[in-house]
Design a binder for this molecule. Structure first.
Ligand code: BGC
Length: 394
């Protein structure tokens, strides 16, 4: 215990000295680090540092959550984005398994939602249009004719307010989305809580309230590569999706309305299968998605936490399990990554299929598809959703 305390004092002193050396005294100093909480055990930290500013001059902060086992998650207030998530491999070596960048300017420049919180509506809405009580709402058509991930300036591109509850390793992010913002009706108060647990799991809890009938579908858009080396593709990861059915799409990636059995198709991930096994198979749906870019209908449709999917990298032994209260999961294999974006901390770029997303959510285009579970939120109701990403080794 004494030894731990000494280590902690040393770390504190170090981080204090570090903050001093980074303070240039010209008012422009950026990276100051601050210890926000030190839990009882004195070995868990939640630190905060400046992360620069957006082109509009808004200040962005980065929070680091660390648990006793050494798992570490970094989150910035811009888009509530996870910039790094370090977990051990089977030899105990910690590496980042999330695609990210080095600086705020890269996050504010065009990129495919790296690490971001997505809202007000995750995934696509056909023609960028939907109606509620006979009134039609027009959203930005930022994906061909469709609206994708909340429009041009969705929740991934706004600065969230951060709070750290005392004695916790939770980070609470809030955002007020105004009535009419990105075309959506109703002032929406959104709260997303990231909690790092001692069992190497990360909870993402979503809550929202509106003052006018609206639609809500929130998700997390991290790209994972469990090898920890972003020069690798994710094609050798073994994936399981707890779903007997998926949603076929049209040529603009809007669900056709059909709910199709996965059995006998490349979409069958009911048993562990490597991603690359059938991704290039002759299949009309794989052609449309340029790979996997579809929503699976989870077998468990309850609002209780249920197992949704897992991914395993046999080489490193890293294993990730995703559980959720949501009815669907979008499995996207990074088909549009094209080697133009720079890797974090290295010289390489993110090539096609160097990351995959497992986005828990309601189904795409639900506001226009009556047979899909409803995404309407009324005043007085509470939107509530939870997803857990749990890491271990096998
Ligand atoms: C979608 C992809 C899209 C990507 C954005 C995913 O959630 O399913 O079609 O390209 O987000 O980069």
């Amino acid at each position: 215990m004494k030894k731990i305390k000494h280590t902690v004092y040393f770390l504190c002193l170090f981080s204090f000295l570090f903050s001093l050396t980074n303070c240039k005294g010209d008012g422009k100093s950026e990276k100051t680090k601050e210890n926000v909480t030190t839990r009882e055990s004195e070995i868990d930290f939640l630190t905060k540092e400046d992360y620069g500013t957006t082109p509009e001059g808004e200040k962005v902060e980065q929070y680091t959550l660390t648990n006793k086992a050494g798992m570490e998650v970094k989150i910035i207030t811009y888009g509530g984005r996870i910039t790094s998530l370090k977990v051990p491999d089977k030899n105990g070596e910690f590496e980042n398994v999330i695609l990210g960048f080095d600086s705020i300017s890269q996050y504010t420049s065009d990129n495919p939602y790296f690490g971001a919180l997505i809202g007000r509506y995750g995934n696509r809405i056909a023609g960028g249009k939907f109606s509620l009580d006979g009134e039609e709402y027009q959203l930005p058509q930022n994906d061909g004719q469709n609206s994708l991930h909340g429009g041009d300036k969705g929740f991934d591109k706004v600065v969230w307010t951060a709070e750290v509850p005392a004695d916790s390793t939770s980070l609470v992010l809030t955002y007020k989305s105004k009535d009419g913002e990105m075309g959506y009706p109703g002032n929406l108060d959104v709260q997303v809580t990231y909690t790092l647990n001692e069992d190497n799991s990360l909870d993402v809890d979503y809550e929202a309230e509106t003052d006018k009938k609206t639609v809500v579908n929130l998700t997390q858009h991290s790209y994972f590569n469990l090898t920890g080396d972003f020069d690798n593709t994710i094609l050798d990861h073994e994936v399981v999706i707890n779903a007997d059915r998926f949603l076929p799409v049209d040529e603009t990636l809007i669900p056709t309305g059909e709910i199709r059995d996965v059995e006998g198709t490349p979409f069958d991930f009911t048993e562990a299968k490597i991603v690359g096994k059938e991704i290039e198979a002759e299949n009309e749906q794989l052609k449309l998605g340029l790979g996997y870019d579809h929503c699976w209908v989870l077998d468990d449709q309850s609002e209780d936490m249920h197992f949704a999917a897992s991914a395993y990298d046999p080489e490193s032994g890293r294993f990730m399990e995703v559980s959720t209260t949501e009815p669907g999961i979008q499995f996207y294999t990074g088909n549009f990554l094209d080697g133009t974006l720079p890797q974090q901390g290295g010289d390489g770029t993110y090539a096609k299929r160097s990351g995959f997303c497992l986005e828990t959510q309601h189904y795409p285009d639900s506001p226009n598809q009556e047979k899909f579970p409803a995404v309407v939120l009324n005043p007085g109701e509470q939107y509530s959703s939870k997803t857990t990403f749990k890491f271990s080794v096998k």
